[in-house]
Structure formats: structure tokens, C-alpha cells
Write a protein that binds this ligand. Structure first.
Ligand code: SAM
Length: 331
């Protein structure tokens, strides 16, 4: 008989995710950041029922997110680093966004597959341009950007190190969000000028995240406004948001704005060229289906789009970080 383990594992996978989302959303990992506490004390602090709170805490122990210390619970090292909101490496933003926004959108995945479109209207009644959904309130904008930031911090040092970018003098990160990629580039390439270009509302948030760095902040819309001059543009998790016609428009515009020898650095999760994996990239591609117009692609698929836009040389690197890197050069 075939092994049922993968099926049983997947039946349970969303329960494990939702358990972590719930503990984070209730503030369990924040309550334990300063040290171990007993169950009833955590229930009081999180305003939850003591019996069901203990059930949640024990489940988190089983998942390796908490540890038992006598009658008390403590954050595991992983929870302290990634689930406590005050940690510099926190992923709490992305987890909260997954709980509040993505989880309901994924509830309508069958209809997304049937109709081939995102689920904002079906799930939330929202029409209109894509980022007006992500940014429907200042709080939802900050939550989304915090989510991008956590994964960005894990990826950008590897993305800017994937190629030797020493020859470039000015990097503009288009749709750069909180600026983690330019911050990483500035740290690695001493003489490089670096900038974030993003929608005006986002530049307000970027100011907070780049305080004390030498990142220039530029407001604009990359589909409408002229691009600020640069010999290296970056697109981090931008191409996977948009339909192919919009990608063509953007890549052609970037190619036209670059000097000869200029580059475009792309940070995305790469699918294998035979589309056989990795699982994380396929999950991200379905995630893009429920919440954007886009999808994930392989290096071969990016190379086709980039060469059609006029780029000469295209190289890709799997970084081992959540995002991989592609560099395209204008001949
Ligand atoms: N590059 C950042 C990162 O990797 O963390 C952010 C990625 S996020 C998925 C997409 C970004 O594109 C957001 O910061 C969003 O505000 C920005 N964006 C969306 N539409 C834009 C437009 N028309 N012009 C400029 N930026 C835009």
C-alpha cells in the first residue's frame, strides 16, 4: 500500500500554520520575550480562557515554538528571533499579514484556479488597482510593508552578494518598499549611491525603516513617472505582482532608462527551469494568484521576458535565502 504520510501531513499543515498565527496574533511570543511565565499568567496577559490558552501553549511546545520549564513556558530560540515583534529579525509582520489577509484569500483558492484571477473582490468586496487593496488603510499598509521587510532582511544581503556589483555607481530600487535592499547594497558596496523609489504613501513608511542610513527616498509611480537616473535598477518582488503586458511595459521602460552596460537586479524566488520545484516557489506562485495579477517564474522564463525587452546578458543565482537573484545587462 502507498504511504499515506504525505497526505496526512498536508491535512494537518494548515492547522500548524494557524496555530502559530494565532499564538502570534494573541501576543504569546511577545509576552514571553522577557522570560518564562506560567500558563494562567499568559492567559491573563493575552485575555484568553485559561484552559484553551494552555491547550494552545502546549501545541506550541509540540511545534517547537515554546519550551516547558517546570510549570512555565518559554520562547524557543526560533520564536525569540522570528516570532517576537521586538526582535530585529522578526517575521511577525508577515505572519500577521498571513493570518489577517492571506488566510481568507487562500480560502477561495478553488475559485482562483477556476477563474484565473485574484480573490480581493470575492473575499473582501474590493475592486480597483492592486496596491489600493494592500494599502486600504495606513495600518494595513504598514502591516504589509512590515511583512515584506522581515523576509527582505533575510534575503537582501544574499541578493546583493550574488553578483559582483562593484562597477555600478547608482542603484535605484523600484518599488523598494522599506529599503532593505538598498541598505544591504550600501553596506556591501561602499561607494555606491542608493535610493528607494516607491509610491508616495510608502515613502513615508520607508523613512522610518531607513532612518540613519544613506538611502535616498524618491516618490513616484513606475508605470507613470519617469524613472530616476541609475546605472543599476533593482526590482524586488515586483515582477511577480503584475500581468505579462505590465511587466513588458516596465522592463522596456527600465531598459530605455539605462546607459549601455547598465544593469537590472531582480530579487524573486526562482522556479526550476523544468518547473519541478522548489515547493516554496510553487506555493508563492499560488499565493501570487490569490492576491495579485502575477506569478513566480523560472530563470528561463525571466530570460525570455528580459531579452524581449532588449537586455543582452542574463544570469541567475539561487542564493539559498528566501529570494534568488537575476542580473540582466543592457548591451
Ligand atoms: N521591493 C520590496 C521588497 O522586496 O520588500 C517591496 C515589494 S512589494 C511586493 C511591492 C512594492 O511595489 C511595494 O512597496 C509597492 O508599494 C510598490 N509598488 C506597487 N506599485 C507601484 C508603482 N506603480 N510604482 C512604484 N512602486 C509601486
Amino acid at each position: 500500500m502507498a504511504d499515506p504520510t504525505p497526505v496526512i501531513d498536508l491535512i494537518e499543515a494548515f492547522r500548524r500554520s494557524k496555530t502559530m498565527f494565532t499564538a502570534l496574533s494573541l501576543g504569546v511570543f511577545d509576552q514571553l520575550a522577557a522570560g518564562p511565565r506560567e500558563g494562567p499568567d499568559i492567559a491573563t496577559a493575552t485575555r484568553t480562557d485559561p484552559d484553551t490558552c494552555a491547550r494552545l501553549l502546549d501545541a506550541c511546545v509540540a511545534l517547537g515554538l515554546l519550551a516547558r520549564q517546570g510549570a512555565a513556558y518559554a520562547n524557543s530560540a526560533t520564536a525569540q528571533a522570528y516570532l517576537f515583534r521586538g526582535s530585529p529579525s522578526t517575521l511577525a509582520g508577515y505572519i500577521q499579514y498571513s493570518n489577517d489577509v492571506l488566510y481568507p484569500l487562500w480560502g477561495n483558492l478553488e475559485d482562483a484556479i477556476r477563474e484565473g484571477t485574484h480573490r480581493w473582490k470575492q473575499t473582501y468586496g474590493l475592486d480597483g488597482p492592486l496596491f489600493s487593496h494592500f494599502y486600504r488603510t495606513p495600518e494595513s499598509r504598514r502591516e504589509f510593508l512590515l511583512g515584506m521587510h522581515g523576509f527582505g532582511l533575510l534575503s537582501s544581503p544574499a541578493v546583493v552578494a550574488a553578483f559582483d556589483l562593484t562597477r555600478f555607481t547608482r542603484l535605484v530600487d523600484l518599488g523598494g518598499g522599506t529599503g532593505h535592499l538598498p541598505v544591504s547594497a550600501a553596506a556591501r558596496y561602499e561607494g555606491m549611491q542608493v535610493a528607494v523609489f516607491d509610491l508616495p504613501a510608502v515613502i513615508g513608511n520607508a523613512r522610518e525603516f531607513t532612518a540613519g542610513s544613506r538611502v535616498e527616498l524618491i516618490e513616484g509611480d513606475f508605470f507613470i513617472d519617469p524613472l530616476p537616473s541609475a546605472d543599476l535598477y533593482a526590482l524586488g518582488r515586483i515582477l511577480h505582482d503584475w500581468s505579462e503586458p505590465k511587466i513588458r511595459t516596465l522592463l522596456t521602460k527600465i531598459h530605455a532608462a539605462l546607459p549601455a552596460g547598465g544593469g537590472l537586479l531582480i530579487a524573486e524566488k526562482l522556479l526550476a527551469d523544468d518547473l519541478a520545484g522548489p515547493v516554496h516557489a510553487h506555493m508563492q506562485s499560488l499565493n501570487m494568484l490569490v492576491c495579485t495579477e502575477g506569478r513566480e517564474r523560472s530563470l528561463a522564463q525571466y530570460t525570455r521576458l528580459l531579452t524581449e525587452a532588449g537586455f543582452g546578458e542574463v544570469s541567475g543565482r539561487v542564493t539559498g535565502a528566501p529570494l534568488d537573484a537575476v542580473l540582466a545587462i543592457k548591451s
